[in-house]
Design a protein around this ligand. Structure first.
Ligand SMILES: CC(C)(COP(=O)(O)OP(=O)(O)OC[C@H]1O[C@@H](n2cnc3c(N)ncnc32)[C@H](O)[C@@H]1OP(=O)(O)O)[C@@H](O)C(=O)NCCC(=O)NCCS
Length: 175
């Protein structure tokens, strides 16, 4: 039987394990889309343990991790709005990442992490939340739609030589 779920903020000692989990999740979900060398370079640039640790200690960025015993089941990362699609006069934060391991998808882990992210964003004064999602990631798109996210604009997401069609989503937190 698997260990019970426990939710906690990330601390800098979690940088290495979170980096490994994020890389595995990215590869599990999107790895088939890219040539190996492009994928490896992208992961090194965006998911290294050093970068992950720096993001954990960045006061503008918050992570919440779902643990099963000593293993990560999922995590969410909330931070500065970087999509450029905040509305004038409305403070927005961005959902940078939300990953749940395949065996725990559909089990409410993503919902618990998302509920936390929305509550934290509201507590930090945000009235909108943005995110970007791969246009073919239908499961994630349905999940976000449940939270009131709507499509705002197309966005080109580059991994090496590959250009993916992503979408910017935004949800009102004060609706
Ligand atoms: C996206 C993610 C966080 C959603 O969490 P989840 O626990 O899987 O969410 P749910 O099981 O509630 O599924 C969301 C919706 O997709 C539907 N769904 C399930 N499997 C699906 C599939 N293979 N294709 C399309 N839709 C699917 C569910 O029925 C549900 O629809 P509903 O809201 O109409 O009931 C999780 O799947 C995940 O971590 N995926 C891998 C990483 C990822 O894609 N992250 C998002 C990057 S932007």
């Amino acid at each position: 039987m698997s260990a019970a779920l426990r939710y906690a903020p990330a601390n800098c000692a979690d940088g290495a394990i979170l980096s490994a989990f994020a890389r595995d999740s990215f590869c599990e979900t999107f790895g088939h889309l890219y040539p190996d060398s492009d994928l490896r370079a992208f992961l090194e640039e965006n998911y290294s343990p050093a970068l992950q640790t720096a993001e954990i200690v960045d006061p503008d960025t918050e992570h919440r991790i779902a643990w099963r015993g000593a293993a990560i089941s999922g995590f969410v990362k909330l931070g500065r709005e970087r999509t450029g699609h905040a509305l004038p006069g409305r403070f927005a934060l961005e959902l940078h990442r939300l990953y749940v391991t395949r065996t725990d998808q559909g089990a409410g882990v993503a919902r618990t992490l998302m509920d936390w992210a929305m509550a934290r964003a509201r507590a930090r004064g945000a009235v909108d939340m943005t995110l970007s999602v791969f246009s073919e990631n239908h499961r994630a798109k349905r999940f976000y739609a449940r939270y009131g996210f709507i499509e705002i604009a197309p966005y080109v997401f580059k991994v090496g030589s590959i250009e993916d069609a992503d979408l910017i989503y935004r949800a009102a937190l004060d609706a």
